[in-house]
Design a binder for this molecule. Structure first.
Ligand SMILES: NC(=O)c1ccc[n+]([C@@H]2O[C@H](COP(=O)([O-])OP(=O)(O)OC[C@H]3O[C@@H](n4cnc5c(N)ncnc54)[C@H](O)[C@@H]3O)[C@@H](O)[C@H]2O)c1
Length: 434
């Protein structure tokens, strides 16, 4: 029997950062609700799930199996340093066609950013006028909490979820101030420089019991103090960094090569992109956050220390270059040097001409809907089953994150089966029905 509370009333999805990803996500849901397009790439809306034995022929859509919030019950809000409403932001981002945006213009124009918590120290390439002031970082967190209370009341929401869609901040390593909740709160009162804006938003959300997901590689909720707060307030959290273009490909291809015991000598990945995200990542300190997030993937999947003959000499390099003519249409190139029987070398080249925000938008939707489901199912703390969507998944202390997309998918589907009181599927049964 399912113990999930029903999704009654409206769900407010709030995004700190209302640029390309957020506007593509919001415009997309509104367009779907008007029957103008379909939510392709959203597993929660388009994916199905096998239940029982293969011979049972039970394969419902996930949205018909678990009680998710309906897309028509979603209300959007958020914060940005720019005052652009979501129509203006979407036009600026140049991801979606103007003809589509014009059909949903009034709905998009009604979504206006609240004043942001921002500090140029953490994103040097950006500056904007729509910014809060406060004596210290705790006061700023309280202002965000006040924004959320007001938003909830004004929009008649039953529940809220926050998904960070803001810029990538400079690289910060976990340190003393992040180690306990007490130290974090003291650090916020003392304006500790190791507490970036994304952590202030995350603190505000989790303190109020509002589920929080982090779409960028910033530390944000990925520190011990935030995990402690999440347990205290019984709040689900997930992070970090949406798994879209090149890393999506990497976590699809690498597990396949590994299960066939093919060796990998080198993996060179380079990206060119020309959106505002690319501009921010052009700064070496911000790129460092992204680089660290992207690099961990292969090591974890291939485990060179456990299989030095196949992966011991692996050379992995990731580059990102800002190239304005490409706009949001990122090009991700991979050169993979592999070797087979008796060590004979071979090469694989992947050239993924992708669209960054088109890949990220359904992830924002799924993370928001599944975190809300987690909250209604009384799951809290790190939601590892949502690693499927993340480039650098947060894992409990002492555990290394899981990157293989097929294992991540099984974990996601089995969590849904478990929540609904269905038998788990391990594909390990000895008879052919499994
Ligand atoms: N698109 C993808 O495929 C993808 C994949 C993984 C991660 N991401 C991450 O998602 C984030 C958003 O990407 P995007 O393409 O929409 O970028 P974008 O530059 O178009 O939008 C980010 C927005 O965040 C705002 N912002 C920055 N700091 C803020 C703050 N403290 N408070 C409120 N707003 C703030 C900026 O003004 C900007 O409008 C980036 O961090 C990016 O690295 C994107």
């Amino acid at each position: 029997m399912s113990k999930v509370k029903p999704a009654t009333g409206k769900l407010g999805i709030l995004t700190p950062g209302m640029g390309a990803v957020a506007s593509t996500f919001m415009a997309g849901v509104i367009a779907v609700n008007k029957g103008l397009a379909k939510p392709i790439g959203s597993v929660s809306q388009m994916g199905d799930i096998r239940l029982g034995k293969r011979t049972d022929n039970r394969n419902p859509l996930i949205k018909d199996f678990v009680p998710l919030t309906k897309l028509t019950d979603i209300v959007f809000g958020g914060w940005d340093i720019f005052e652009d409403n979501m129509y203006e932001s979407a036009i600026h981002a140049k991801v979606l066609d103007k003809t589509l945006l014009d059909q949903i213009r009034p709905e998009l124009e009604a979504i206006k950013p609240m004043k942001a918590v921002f500090d140029r120290e953490y994103v040097k390439r950006l500056d904007g006028p729509n910014v809060k002031t406060g004596a210290n970082k705790m006061e700023l967190a309280e202002a965000i909490m006040e924004d959320m209370r007001r938003f909830k009341e004004e929009n008649g929401c039953d529940r809220l979820v926050m998904v960070w869609c803001g810029s990538t901040e400079i690289y910060i390593e976990p340190s003393e101030v992040h180690s306990t909740l007490e130290k974090l709160e003291e650090g916020m009162r003392n304006n500790d420089p190791n507490i970036p804006p994304s952590m202030i938003y995350a603190y505000a959300a989790v303190k109020m019991g509002i589920p929080y997901a982090n779409g960028a590689p910033n530390l944000s909720c990925d520190v011990e103090a935030m995990v402690e707060l999440a347990k205290q307030t019984k709040t689900p959290i997930a992070g970090k960094d949406f798994k879209t273009g090149q890393t999506l490909m990497k976590t699809i291809v690498a597990p396949g090569l590994k299960v066939r015991a093919l060796g990998i000598r080198g993996w060179f990945s380079t990206n060119i992109l020309g959106n505002r995200d690319g501009e921010v990542l052009d700064d070496p300190d911000n790129f460092k956050s992204k680089e660290v997030s992207k690099l961990g993937v292969l090591e974890e999947i291939l485990k060179p220390e456990e299989n030095p003959d196949l992966y011991g000499d692996l050379y992995h390099k990731v580059r990102i270059n800002y190239y304005p003519p490409h706009g949001d249409n990122k090009e991700g190139w991979d050169n993979i040097d592999i070797f087979g029987w008796l060590g004979y070398p071979m090469q694989i080249k992947i050239d993924f001409l992708c669209r960054d925000s088109i890949l990220a938008a359904p992830i924002v939707l799924d993370l928001a809907l599944f975190l809300d489901l987690a909250s209604r199912s009384e799951l809290y703390g790190i939601q590892e089953w949502l690693s499927f969507y993340l480039k650098s998944p947060q894992a409990a202390k002492g555990l290394s994150p899981m990157h293989d997309i097929f294992l991540q998918n099984q974990k996601l589907l089995n969590t849904l089966r478990h929540l609904m009181g269905e038998e788990l599927i391990t594909h390990l049964g000895m008879d052919y029905y499994y």
